[in-house]
Design a protein. Structure first.
Length: 165
């Protein structure tokens, strides 16, 4: 064993590089193998998340509907036409479930029936920003009207609303 350490002491430059390269390759191989088990568990989690996919579709439909309603409302302003709207949301919808006794989420005591957990309410996604592009949107008066309306509608600060022509 002491001969081994003597040989290591005598290694210079290229020898250290070779040892480092071999150690790096070994670490990559070990990391790749451990990553496969994580990927397998992620696939299982993805298969169990079909409900989340449905929620995302519902959220997208909700945002699309909001965009259409805002476009219709903005186009009703005098001097505005050819309206395109994009709305960004902070997160998806949130489900609030019935709980036994406490409403603290950490208690983990939700009311479960044969049909699943009892949903008390679904909170819609929170609007965080709105962009409006329209004919007439270059006018400061029209921009002020649109920004004021959208700010009041969605309780979004005016600096999160952009209007352009």
């Amino acid at each position: 064993m002491s001969d081994f350490f003597k040989k290591i002491k005598n290694i210079n430059g290229i020898g250290f590089l070779a040892i480092g390269l071999i150690a790096g390759i070994i670490l990559i191989i070990i990391g790749t193998n451990s990553g496969k088990s994580k990927a397998d568990s992620n696939d299982t989690a993805n298969n169990n998340s079909s409900d989340n996919d449905n929620e995302i579709e519902i959220d997208d439909e909700y945002i699309d509907k909001l965009e259409a309603q805002v476009a219709s409302l903005v186009s009703s302003i005098d001097g505005v036409s050819n309206v395109k709207v994009m709305i960004s949301a902070e997160s998806g919808s949130e489900h609030v479930y019935a709980a036994n006794g406490k409403t603290d989420e950490s208690s983990g005591q939700y009311v479960i029936t044969d049909n699943g957990a009892i949903t008390l309410k679904i909170v819609s996604p929170i609007v965080r920003g709105v962009a409006v592009v329209c004919d007439g949107g270059n006018s400061a008066v029209i921009q002020e009207k649109i920004i004021g309306m959208l700010s009041a509608l969605f309780d979004v600060p005016s600096n999160h609303i952009y209007v352009s022509g």
